[in-house]
Design a protein around this ligand. Structure first.
Ligand SMILES: *Cc1c(COP(=O)(O)O)cnc(C)c1O
Length: 459
């Protein structure tokens, strides 16, 4: 068991400023009233998978600070590359101008993503990247005269971000229900989520069943559908719901057959998270659009890339007065500092066999908590590469969930904080999505805290 506190000292102990946080800040995805009871934790510094506060405590960042931090905090290599860029060119608008980091990054992304993706458009966060892909898909059809294709298909349990377009193609009611009157209407297809398999069904069976549902929907509505959007292999924000790669192959076939774009949102699953560099690789498919963000810069700076095919690029290419151009921009499109961070991140993938090392780490992670599968309040443990999820249930046999109001996950979170771990569950699902630099000892410690935290939460 991890010690209650670790002997860590920080130079600066003057944290008077931190008390002013609740006077002036409004924190993301937070009921601020919770902080009457729960303190906000000021962080002094990070090192590898660890975060350090000002009171000599440390926290193993088991969620990579919302899934962005791939190679640990304060990675010196990425930091040095940003510092170098900082002295040369911090920013320039990307309309009419260009710079070396954005060209190099685009070339390298084209090279490492599935074959056929040959053009890169930039945004500055994941949700904006989703908006780009949705608008581009619709606009591509419009430029070809298919003006009826105005609708999108999203999967049950999907999550694609918080801006209104991205929220529209999401299906997590906690985030979405309130804003429903503001959102565009989207068609919903069944999720291939394998945790919902029926007795005797395999994950491939669930994939085939979900694909049949998609086929029925596309058969009826394909003429009005612009694109299907999916989180390949793992629907992360709705509780790390995993599916068989077979579903992606079937979906690619359906999209081709019905003349509908396939948008792969690899914002969370890209860059080695699922055991391959990109999740789509495991199905051998090329989507029409692929969106990357989160780990793209190793967790240093905001950036998103939307990759698409030459076929789609070409239908926008015409005289200005045809209004066929993609007149979309963000102030920080292709920011050089962010591109430099991304280039350094790609270097790290090239300098050592990160994917191979992840496979070994993933195996250790799975083994470390395997015993929990038999726990009376654990429905199942599921894992895809460097994502491991443990779902707590009230009644295992009947698969009856704890009501969300009981906030069992929050109890795990609080337990973790007292025992050197940053675990931030999604409802009843406790998960690990750690930086790729954690050690076997870190994993063993995390397993102990997770096990004890779950024990405390289900009391
Ligand atoms: C986080 C996430 C987004 C949104 O990205 P932001 O940068 O938070 O806007 C979109 N899709 C998926 C799958 C994500 O995990």
């Amino acid at each position: 068991m991890a010690a209650e506190t670790a002997a860590v000292t920080d130079g600066s102990r003057n944290t008077d400023w931190s008390r002013r946080d609740l006077d002036v800040l409004w924190h993301p995805c937070t009921q601020m009233k919770d902080h009457e009871r729960l303190p906000v934790i000021p962080i002094a510094r990070g090192q590898g998978p660890w975060l350090y506060d000002f009171d000599g405590r440390r926290y193993l960042d088991a969620v990579s600070s919302w899934w962005v931090n791939l190679f640990g905090h304060a990675n010196p290599y990425i930091g040095a590359r940003i510092k170098q860029q900082l002295d040369t060119l911090e920013h320039v608008l990307l309309a009419g101008f260009t710079h070396q980091p954005v060209i190099e990054l685009s070339e390298r992304l084209v090279k490492i993503t599935p074959p056929g993706l040959s053009r890169v458009f930039y945004a500055d966060n994941g949700s904006s990247g989703i908006e780009v892909a949705l608008k581009m898909s619709y606009h591509a059809w419009r430029n070809q005269g298919a003006t009826r294709k105005t609708r999108f298909v999203a999967l049950e349990h999907s999550y694609h971000g918080e801006t209104l377009g991205a929220l529209s193609v999401g299906d997590v009611s906690l985030f979405k229900a309130t804003y429903q009157p503001l959102l565009m209407e989207v068609m919903k297809a069944p999720s291939p989520d394998c945790s919902a398999r029926l007795p005797g069904e395999s994950c491939a069976d669930v994939a085939r069943r979900a694909a049949a549902g998609m086929e029925a929907l596309l058969t009826e509505h394909h003429e009005e559908i612009s694109a299907v959007i999916i989180e390949p292999l793992v629907q992360c924000a709705s509780g790390m719901r995993m599916h068989d790669p077979l579903y992606l192959r079937l979906l690619r076939g359906l999209c081709d057959r019905f003349n509908v774009h396939l948008i792969a949102d690899e914002i969370a699953v890209g860059f080695g998270r699922t055991g391959t560099l990109f999740a789509s690789e495991q199905a051998g498919i090329t989507p029409d659009f692929m969106i990357l963000s989160k780990g793209l810069t190793g967790g240093f700076l905001p950036l998103a890339a939307v990759l698409t095919t030459d076929a789609i690029y070409r239908v926008f290419y015409d005289d200005y007065d045809k209004l066929s151009a993609f007149l979309h921009s963000h102030s920080y499109t292709g920011n050089p500092l962010a591109c430099a961070a991304a280039l350094a991140t790609l270097d790290l993938f090239e300098q050592s066999d990160v994917i191979g090392a992840n496979r070994r780490l993933a195996r250790t992670m799975g083994e470390a908590v395997a015993d929990l599968a038999d726990h009376p309040h654990v429905a199942e443990i599921r894992q895809t590469g460097m994502i491991l999820a443990i779902e707590m249930v009230r009644d295992k046999a009947r698969r009856e969930a704890y009501p969300w109001q009981e906030r069992r996950g929050l109890r795990v979170f609080e337990y973790g904080l007292r025992h050197e771990a940053l675990l931030r569950p999604l409802g009843n699902v406790v998960y690990w999505m750690p930086p790729y630099v954690l050690s076997e000892d870190d994993i063993a410690q995390l397993a102990d805290v997770t096990r004890a935290g779950i024990e405390e939460a289900v009391k």
